[in-house]
Design a protein around this ligand. Structure first.
Ligand SMILES: [Zn+2]
Length: 386
């Protein structure tokens, strides 16, 4: 027989041990109760606009499915292709194909009612305009029509980023303070108007290593470094200064943007759809530094596809706040459910305490495996308040 006092001592020790584990917090309803453990983990999904412009019942069913699979956060697509998803913005037009007026007024309460957090996912970031074929229209969207001098320019003079599958993307110059002001205005409006728990920034970057060669960038790079900016070439001698200079421009953006966002609502989370670690220099997005400086509360590096996944995770392990603030973004759109489960297993084996899925429209086949596997138990998000 084990004495009652001995049993209590062992239980006490066990509770203390569990409390000291980083993934667990202990919730007791009153002193002395045997506690339930609650997993603290981010389980997020990017809610793409394609899933938002469906009949309301269908969208609510998706939210029910997410709740049932113990998701903690939904990143709601609110800004894309030079539009916002809500009416009467002071800055940008409402997306013309919305299926219901002012969807956010009921969508956010529905997300929160299901115990999940809602973040405003500002999908397009510096990408101010999109068109399937730049040659067929002179429209460049509200911002670039008004301020053509803010258009980001490649080293060969082309003013957009061409994607074979998706068409042409026009970016604001990511270095110009006026571009910063325009974006911060829009994102502030979103946060002031709707009770999001956080903002998830995306495309806060240069389109690639060939941008930006606008007059602002050429002039300021020269006055800041004394160097003449030449077209990008692999191994160019001034590349290090160029990469650092570009990062510095976006550091400035992030510092003032997050200070502004946080001033709007206490407890607001500022997170980032981050580029994979190997692209930090080519896109000028020094998000490892943003974590270190506290400009962002969390980063979701988009580790899409299956190649180099494990190596990328090992690289991320060397970043500040790997466990607490870095939650890998997985490619549910492109990968089979069994591959996704393998990736989660590997990320968790290296300490990851969160995962975000790209994207809501491609999750259906993943949900059964999540529910019977890594998401079987409920979790609370480490991000902000619910
Ligand atoms: Zn520029």
């Amino acid at each position: 027989m084990v004495k009652k006092s001995e049993l209590l001592r062992v239980m006490g020790a066990l509770i203390l041990l569990m409390c000291s584990m980083p993934a667990c917090s202990l919730v007791t309803s009153k002193p002395g109760d045997v506690a339930n453990t609650v997993t603290v983990e981010e389980r997020g999904v990017w809610l793409n606009r394609t899933e938002m412009f469906v009949p309301r019942e269908k969208l609510l069913k998706l939210l029910d499915d997410l709740k049932e699979a113990h998701f903690t956060s939904v990143y709601v697509d609110v800004y894309f292709q030079g539009n916002v998803i809500y009416p009467d913005s002071r800055y940008l037009p409402e997306f013309p194909k919305v299926s219901e007026p002012d969807i956010l007024t009921w969508l956010l309460p529905e997300i929160k009612k299901r115990g999940m957090r809602a973040e405003a996912w500002v999908e397009y970031g510096f990408y101010a305009f999109h068109t399937p074929d730049a040659g067929k229209t002179t429209d460049r969207g509200v911002f670039l029509n008004k301020y053509p001098e803010l258009t980001a320019i490649a080293d060969d003079g082309v003013t957009y980023l061409h994607n074979k599958e998706w068409g042409d993307f026009f970016s604001l110059c990511p270095a110009n303070p006026k571009s910063h002001e325009l974006l911060i205005n829009v994102f502030t409006e979103i946060l002031e108007r709707y009770p999001f728990d956080g903002i998830n920034l995306d495309r806060i970057r240069f389109p690639n290593e060939h941008f930006c060669y606008c007059n602002y960038c050429k002039g300021h790079f020269k006055s800041d470094t004394g160097l003449e900016l030449k077209p990008y070439k692999e191994g160019m001698p001034e590349y290090r200064q160029w990469a650092e200079w570009r990062k510095e421009q976006l550091n400035r953006f992030m510092k003032s943007a997050s200070a502004k966002f946080r001033s709007i609502r206490p407890g607001l989370t500022v997170s980032l759809s981050a580029i994979p670690p190997e692209s930090i220099d080519s896109m000028g997005q020094g998000w490892d530094n943003w974590l270190k400086e506290g400009y962002i509360d969390a980063a979701m590096p988009m580790l899409y596809g299956d190649s180099n996944f494990n190596q990328r995770i090992m690289k991320l392990k060397t970043f500040p706040y790997w466990i607490e603030k870095i939650f890998p973004g997985l490619d549910a759109a492109g990968l089979k459910p069994e591959v996704i489960l393998e990736q989660i297993k590997f990320a968790e084996s290296q300490g990851a305490k969160g995962i975000v899925f790209w994207y809501s429209g491609k999750l259906e086949d993943d949900l059964p495996g999540l529910k019977s596997g890594p998401f079987a138990q409920p979790a609370v998000s480490p991000l902000g308040k619910k």
